[in-house]
Design a protein around this ligand. Sequence first.
Ligand code: AMP
Ligand code: ZN
Length: 108
Amino acid sequence: MDCIFCKIARKEIPKKFDYEDEYIMAFADINPVRPVHILLVPKKHYEDLYNLDDQNVLFSMHKGVRKIVDDKKLIGQGFRIITNGGGAQLVNHLHFHLMGPVDSQEKI
Ligand code: AMP
Ligand code: ZN
């Protein structure tokens, strides 16, 4: 598929992964809005969270989030996860934005 994240999954675009398993990969956003801004992305193409039909992906997303939060030492500094869907997304391939640090006083 002619999709930027599918090309990364197929290794047609080289990318350093912060986390990888059978179902997902995680890599730095090219346009970070926080010091830590990692995208967690299924290797298989789903348009958004609404169209996801594999629970294994969610389990892997949770594992990936925990690994990155530990690696980036975000416990105590705060983190936030966002996923755009239903047409709000720019890249039509499901991804979670994991961002930090985030202060508890900051509102979305
Ligand atoms: P969204 O609006 O949720 O679809 O956001 C897409 C995100 O993907 C943006 O934050 C972009 O900066 C990011 N992005 C697009 N292309 C790449 C790429 N090749 N590598 C890393 N991040 C990317
Ligand atoms: Zn894709």
